[in-house]
Design a protein around this ligand. Structure first.
Ligand SMILES: Cc1ncc(COP(=O)(O)O)c(C=O)c1O
Length: 479
């Protein structure tokens, strides 16, 4: 077994290299008799031949199952405490028109974070009343668009934004000559609870760009309530991402409910938005608790806090993104150079670098957050011994790492297809054209069929954006 000394602590010794671990592979991932990986009943060799690589592959069964499971877990848990939930899918995780329609048809609402995401939501047919819009610096134009569309709720992020929104509503009314409907708004607050994987730490003050501090909430809500065109429906909080249990939510709920109760004594506050952040397992190192347990924990804490404050249990909203789409996504790459690099650290150690035809332009999370992923040989089975590898991209950065460490068969070679698991969330959304790299296509797979969700870019797509080149082509065409 080569390279074992370089394996990180959390990486299990290799067992069956062909095994498909359901913790990070999509529900429908299987191997054919020849060892080829199939997702949604489609062989990855067929996908690569038809759509090229790199390729984002989305297992529709997993997306549907995850959205349904989260919706149902929270619906049941809140019903048990006499309340209800609105589930907003956080579109920032992965947004295409088909995904919006899928969420709509499952009864979910949609959280958008920009005018662009709002445009996709509307074009895809999400009812405007089911759209929530947040963002720390929404422009006047974005607020105007949201008001014109009739977006259900706008999450106000600063005192300054109250005036901007009121101006947008007034200008719209002046233009149409219609009396504006009251705009439902929430207020984003920073609770001082920082949730991360296994821990949360509470601080008295927050040093980040989102929302207003708890100490400023009363003034902000009073201002909102002073405007008849605004309807204050509740507080909004998002404590972080990759949260594995309900401890962080418990701490946030206690703080939020104290303020919620104070505001309720002035006028009714029907809702409380707890944001998203439910974690998923990318590797052995991650152990998220089941969503039912988190939902019940949240509901129980909410009921307890409401009792303690002497107010009714509010309706809650949640905004899951990663937990719905993360495990549904797999990225397919073609293997290029395979090299054994002598580490030159005095001990005879060699790390195998396996290069693939993508990298940080289709998934910058390893560079941004040190994110870890799991990889598998996808185009064939192999009986070769396991070798510890580092999968790297083809970009001009030494930090362009796709998978820090995992086991692949020792005979992996140029032309093999590799599949990286758990790439449904924040990969396509964060992709770039670094090194003038065209961004990959995205396909959905289900019931033995693949359908294109997003066209891949080509070099021509990129050249067309360069005004000098596009202009020259145009002029030559005109001549
Ligand atoms: C306000 C808000 N809601 C929801 C989400 C979704 O988080 P996740 O994808 O971790 O569930 C985010 C992500 O950062 C967010 O900022």
């Amino acid at each position: 077994m080569s390279g074992a000394a370089l394996a990180p602590d959390w990486l299990d010794a290799p067992g069956d290299l062909d095994a498909i671990d359901p913790r990070w592979w999509p529900d429908t991932a299987r191997r054919d008799d020849d060892g080829c990986l199939c997702i949604g009943g489609v062989r990855v060799t067929e996908l690569a031949a038809r759509f090229g690589t790199p390729l984002y592959v989305i297992d529709w069964a997993t997306i549907t199952a995850q959205a349904t499971a989260i919706r149902d877990a929270f619906t049941r848990a809140l019903a048990d405490v006499g309340s209800a939930v609105t589930v907003y899918y956080a579109g920032k995780a992965l947004l295409t028109s088909e995904i919006v329609r899928c969420m709509r048809d499952l009864g979910l609402s949609l959280d958008v974070a920009s005018g662009g995401e709002l445009a996709v939501a509307v074009a895809a047919g999400m009812p405007p009343a089911r759209i929530g819009m947040h963002g720390n610096d929404k422009s006047y134009a974005e607020l105007r668009a949201a008001v014109a569309i009739g977006v259900g709720t706008i999450v106000i992020d600063s005192l300054d934004e109250i005036d901007l929104l009121v101006a947008a509503i007034g200008d719209r009314a002046a233009e149409t000559g219609e009396r504006p409907a009251r705009q439902r708004v929430r207020l984003r607050v920073t609770t001082g609870v920082h949730a991360s994987t296994h821990e949360y730490l509470a601080t008295a003050t927050e040093d980040q760009k989102f929302g207003v501090a708890l100490a400023d909430v009363d003034e902000a809500v009073a201002r909102i309530r002073s405007h008849p065109e605004l309807e204050f429906v509740g507080l909004h909080s998002h404590i972080g991402s990759q949260i594995f249990d309900h401890a962080g939510f418990d701490a946030a709920i206690d703080r939020l409910m104290a303020v919620h109760a104070r505001l309720s004594r002035i006028a009714p506050v029907p809702e409380l938005n707890l944001g998203g952040g439910f974690g998923i397992a990318y590797t052995e190192a991650d152990s998220p608790r089941p969503i039912e347990e988190i939902a019940h924990g949240v509901a129980a804490r909410l009921a307890r806090a409401a009792r303690a404050q002497g107010v009714p249990v509010p309706r809650i909203a949640i905004e899951p993104g990663r937990s719905i789409v993360g495990r549904a996504g797999v990225t397919l790459y073609e293997t290029g150079t395979v090299k054994d690099v002598r580490l030159g650290d005095g001990v005879e150690r060699v790390r195998r670098y396996v290069s693939v035809d993508g990298g940080m332009s289709d998934n910058p999370r390893p560079e941004l957050y040190g994110a870890e992923y799991q990889v598998s040989l996808a185009s064939r089975g192999s009986t070769a011994a396991p070798a510890l590898v580092r999968v790297v991209g083809r970009h001009c950065e030494s930090g362009d790492i796709v998978v820090q460490a995992d086991w692949l068969p020792d005979d992996v070679h140029r032309g093999d297809l590799l599949a990286v698991a758990d790439t449904g969330a924040y990969c396509f959304s964060l992709s770039s054209n670094y090194n003038m790299t065209p961004r990959p296509a995205m396909v959905a797979v289900a019931d033995g069929k693949a359908r294109l969700l997003v066209h891949g870019e080509t070099i021509e797509t990129l050249l067309a954006r360069d005004a000098g080149i596009a202009g020259r082509i145009q002029r030559e065409g005109d001549a």
